[in-house]
Design a binder for this molecule. Structure first.
Ligand SMILES: Cc1cc2nc3c(=O)[nH]c(=O)nc-3n(C[C@H](O)[C@H](O)[C@H](O)COP(=O)(O)OP(=O)(O)OC[C@H]3O[C@@H](n4cnc5c(N)ncnc54)[C@H](O)[C@@H]3O)c2cc1C
Length: 464
């Protein structure tokens, strides 16, 4: 049953926009950062022009030093997690940043003894996408990095890119295909948010393809979880998920030979294009729906001569995939290129710098992702989705990236953060046949009310 909120009155009074001050804090913090940089440059120029080195150079040095401290990896991580200026520079009292398995467990035990529950911070990308501040005592994972023994087991703070690099160096060279396209996502967060990779026949596995060693903050016990247990722990919603800390992850399925693939693209206009996009030979595929055009990408196994990539095409591809501007849609015909799976998995820019994130905050763009099993993706449905969502993006900006995994269809949507935009997007999905969906917890998170106002029931992944 849909919650009784999809009446106009309820939808007007419901407060679906999440706002804990994150966006303005991030803008203010890095606003100070840019001012420091400007002051340093001004100090240098004034010093040279007026020959007042005694005043100008110390000023410049102080500004540069503070800016450099802000730009350290650990400080940038804390700002992404929502820290203020000083918290980012110095760290927060009571937070932990352990390095080893023993230190991780000790940190969890210490917090538990003082009655606290830790909030785990991986690389804090979910905070930037969802404009969400990490609350409470933090357990930072960025130092808990590395492989444990010879098995495919890594400490939970290890970035996926590091793991993919190690797998690519194995003989034979392999890759994990069920992982998010952002390489600085930590393997622990991948598990905790049930993240997924590019779709296609290479991804014939379930949503969870790894087992994990997990600390239960309710009991103080560490346990080994099979993929099924991981789904139980993290698939029932944020309340239960927050109880667990992933300590290490063992990759079991979704490991694919690091073959050479040919990337092809085409505008999606008619049924022939849609059938081309859904070609079963593809190792991976993705469909980007912009404000006036839709681009289908597919990667098929390739042998023989390698084909170089056009830089101009790639730039247009980034612009279209990020912003959905129809005029930026690359003209792909005859411009196929080849590459190893390990490069193609990370085709798009995968780590956002403070200037990029600052612009994202100023523009107030959020990214959220909805999963459903209500749609069977055939060629005509794909065309309908493309047409309906183009209209949404022409009105509210942004784009949708469509992916599939088994019976799941994922709508990865970016747009201006705006109540009407969100409700219209849910209403469009409802028109397309989505009655219930789950959402990616590692991105912007909607309320049940927002979804219900568009006629869609928001449920946990387990309930799909
Ligand atoms: C450019 C970009 C591309 C992306 N592409 C994809 C994609 O293709 N597919 C996809 O599924 N997602 C994608 N994402 C989303 C991404 O997977 C999530 O935002 C992910 O949570 C970020 O990982 P993180 O290490 O930054 O985790 P964080 O943002 O730090 O944490 C996310 C959540 O997981 C929890 N958590 C983190 N580590 C642990 C742990 N060890 N134990 C328990 N809980 C933990 C945190 O408490 C938090 O609730 C993308 C994000 C970006 C920025």
């Amino acid at each position: 049953m849909i919650a009784p909120l999809n009446t106009v009155t309820d939808c007007r009074t419901a407060a679906p926009l999440h706002d804990d001050g994150y966006r303005w804090r991030y803008i203010a913090v890095w606003g100070v950062g840019w001012l420091l940089l400007l002051a340093a440059i001004a100090g240098l120029v004034i010093g040279i022009v007026l020959s007042t080195f005694a005043v100008a150079f110390p000023l410049m040095a102080v500004c540069l030093l503070v800016f450099a401290l802000m730009y350290r990896d650990a400080a940038r991580l804390r700002y992404r997690a929502g820290s203020g200026l000083l918290g980012g520079l110095c760290g927060e009292r009571g937070s932990f940043a352990p390095r080893t398995m023993d230190e991780l467990i000790a940190a969890c035990d210490t917090a538990r003894r003082s009655g606290d529950r830790l909030s785990v911070v991986g690389s804090a990308w979910s905070n930037t996408l969802g404009q969400r501040t990490v609350r409470g005592r933090r357990l930072y994972m960025h130092r808990a990095v590395g492989r444990l023994g010879n098995a495919r087991t890594w400490l939970a703070g290890t970035p996926l890119k590091q793991i993919q690099r190690e797998l690519a160096a194995e003989d034979p060279s392999v890759q994990l295909v069920g992982v998010p396209g952002s390489s600085y996502v930590t393997i622990g967060a991948w598990i905790a948010t049930l993240g997924h990779g590019n779709s296609g026949p290479a991804a014939t596995h379930g949503l969870v393809i790894a087992s994990a060693k997990v600390y239960d903050q309710a009991t103080g016990l560490s346990m080994d979880m099979s993929p099924l247990k991981v789904m139980e722990a993290f698939g029932k919603g944020p309340g239960l998920a927050a109880q667990y800390v992933v300590l290490s992850v063992t990759a079991e399925e979704g490991i694919y030979e690091n073959i050479t693939v040919k990337r092809q693209g085409a505008q999606l206009v008619n049924l022939t294009d849609a059938n081309w996009a859904l070609d079963k030979r593809s190792v991976m595929r993705a469909v980007f729906i912009g404000n006036t055009k839709t681009l289908a990408l597919r990667w098929i196994p390739h042998t023989g001569t390698e084909l170089a990539e056009s830089t101009v095409l790639k730039v247009w591809l980034f612009v279209f995939a990020a912003l959905g501007w129809g005029s930026a849609m690359p003209y792909y015909k005859g411009k196929d290129s080849t590459g190893r799976l390990s490069d193609e998995v990370y085709l798009f820019p995968d780590a956002l710098t403070p200037p990029q994130l600052w612009s994202q905050m100023i523009l107030n763009i959020v990214n959220y992702e909805l999963y459903t099993k209500d749609i069977t993706l055939d060629a005509s449905t794909l065309l309908q989705i493309s047409d309906r969502l183009q209209r949404i993006h022409s009105e509210h900006g942004g784009r949708t990236e469509l992916r599939t995994l088994g019976k799941y269809v994922f709508f990865d949507m970016a747009m201006w953060a705006n109540t009407n935009a969100f409700r219209d997007a849910f209403a469009a999905l409802h028109e397309l046949g989505v009655n219930k969906c789950a959402q990616h917890p590692g991105k912007y998170v909607h309320t049940k009310e927002t979804a219900a106002c568009g006629g869609v029931r928001l449920v946990s992944v387990k309930e799909l």
